[in-house]
Design a protein around this ligand. Structure first.
Ligand SMILES: Cc1ncc(COP(=O)(O)O)c(C=O)c1O
Length: 445
């Protein structure tokens, strides 16, 4: 791992307003990463950090993988940028075509964007455009879920259900949004391995929304098949099937937000395949390029594309797109990442490792203040008891202890430690990571 030139510089931290960060606390005690390779980061003070989170659920093949670097360098020196409005370049078409190899059958049209948030907003707009093209423009309500995370666009935070992400903007969210109850219930489901047995009936809340609003007004239901940002919530057995059945029955589009679950995280290319439930639209990003360049994708059923495109006799059919839709560098990274995932069996490796992973994580059950552990594929949530009514205080202390004292990057949301390592993690590294997490939890006490 070679150090970046920035490793020796000491930049002022003042100018940057950091995203989703306690800016004052961070700037008082920064955590700077200067290079990375495979399973590890290197810090500005020369420490090697085990990556327990694949960056931010995104570096699925591990860091700085040579085939992806080579593809990006080749792309950058050949075609730095090409407009994608009324123009194109081969790699963007090749990527969309290649994604069909791994998407669920039937979801074979791909709209490219620059992030997960953009993929979600694109999905919501496509859903509205589709119903309008079908002659049902009054289908304009959206149904999300409490504790859902769908990025930070106004569409995403409107259908999302994380109150902290909405409260400062609450007066200007999208109208006509409704929320299903979340499925987090320790009284019934604590310490489950894989899908919890209890909770399929929570999907029936959709029937109540349909009864209240009228099915003919509802455009789409959007959920994360496994939610990460809310602290790892795994769908109860039968829950997604029930949502699928209700949506089909009432002509409502079902959108799976697979920004974190796409590209092998739960043991199949997409969670839809793992759970055997096919939505009408999948949003994805992150692992799409192994996070080497930002990119998002909204993948839709062929007839959704056909309906919208054929509804316009001429001219632009969907007035939507981004300057960076299908950016050449991102398209090249996406193609190289997909090839690497396939060559190394990473799209299904999480299924093979899941028993080892879940046994290792559940061994933390006796660690102090652990009140739940949830695992699926290569995802793990370890929920700690709230300290002194201050939500997130204990979790944040464990996070900083893990980074500064144990040389591990973990993620916490509230008091839940969320682990999602690169899919190349070895069994020995799983044990090492769990050991570091245990020591951090014990140190914080
Ligand atoms: C399920 C889900 N949707 C959307 C997003 C937003 O993606 P981005 O941060 O690339 O905009 C995320 C990011 O974590 C996510 O987990």
């Amino acid at each position: 791992m070679t150090a970046s030139p920035l490793a020796t510089a000491t930049p002022s931290l003042d100018a940057l307003w950091m995203p989703f960060t306690a800016n004052k606390a961070y700037k008082a005690r920064p955590r700077l990463l200067v290079s990375a390779k495979d399973m590890h980061y290197r810090t500005d003070d020369g420490r090697t950090i085990l990556d327990g989170t694949a960056g931010l659920w995104c570096v699925n093949a591990g860091h700085c993988r040579q085939p992806i670097i080579d593809a990006m360098m080749q792309a950058a020196s050949t075609l730095d940028y090409a407009p994608s409005f009324q123009m194109g370049h081969p790699a963007m078409f090749a990527l969309a075509d290649a994604l069909r190899r791994v998407l669920p059958a039937g979801l074979d049209r791909v709209f490219l964007s620059g992030s997960g948030s953009e993929a979600v907003d694109s999905a919501l707009k496509i859903a509205l455009a589709y119903h309008q093209a079908r002659g049902e423009p009054e289908r304009c309500h959206f149904v999300g879920r409490q504790k859902g995370y769908h990025g930070v666009g106004f569409g995403g935070i409107s259908v999302g259900g994380l109150e902290n992400n909405r409260k400062a903007f609450a007066k200007q969210l999208l109208p006509h949004t409704h929320h299903l109850p979340h499925t987090h219930d320790l009284a019934h489901n604590a310490f489950s391995v894989g899908q919890p047995a209890w909770g399929a009936h929570l999907a029936d809340a959709l029937e109540e929304i349909i009864a209240a609003e009228g099915a003919a007004h509802i455009a789409a239901v959007i959920v994360e098949p496994v939610s990460g940002s809310a602290g790892v919530l795994i769908p109860p057995v039968g829950y997604l099937e029930r949502l699928r059945a209700l949506c089909t029955q009432h002509g409502i589009l079902l959108i799976f937000d697979e920004v974190i679950t796409g590209f092998g995280r739960v043991g199949a290319p997409f969670a839809a395949q793992h759970f055997g439930v096919t939505p009408d639209i999948i949003t994805t990003a992150k692992g799409l390029t192994n996070a080497a360049v930002p990119m998002g994708a909204t993948c839709v059923r062929g007839d959704i594309y056909d309906t919208v495109v054929n509804a316009s006799p001429r001219g632009i059919e969907l007035f939507h797109g981004y300057t960076y839709s299908g950016h050449p560098l991102a398209a090249a990274a996406g193609l190289a990442a997909l090839t690497l995932y396939e060559q190394e069996g990473l799209l299904t490796r999480a299924a093979t490792l899941a028993p080892v992973w879940s046994a290792a994580l559940h061994s933390l059950r006796d660690a102090p203040h652990v009140i739940d552990i949830r695992t699926i594929g290569l995802i793990g949530g370890i929920e700690l008891a709230v300290r002194d009514d201050t939500i997130g205080a204990r979790g944040f202390d464990v996070f900083t202890n893990a980074f500064h004292e144990q040389d591990a990057l973990i993620r916490v949301t509230g008091d839940t430690i969320a682990l999602s390592p690169p899919l190349i993690i070895s069994e020995a590294q799983i044990d090492e990571l769990v050991g570091k997490v245990r020591r951090a939890i014990e140190a914080v006490g």
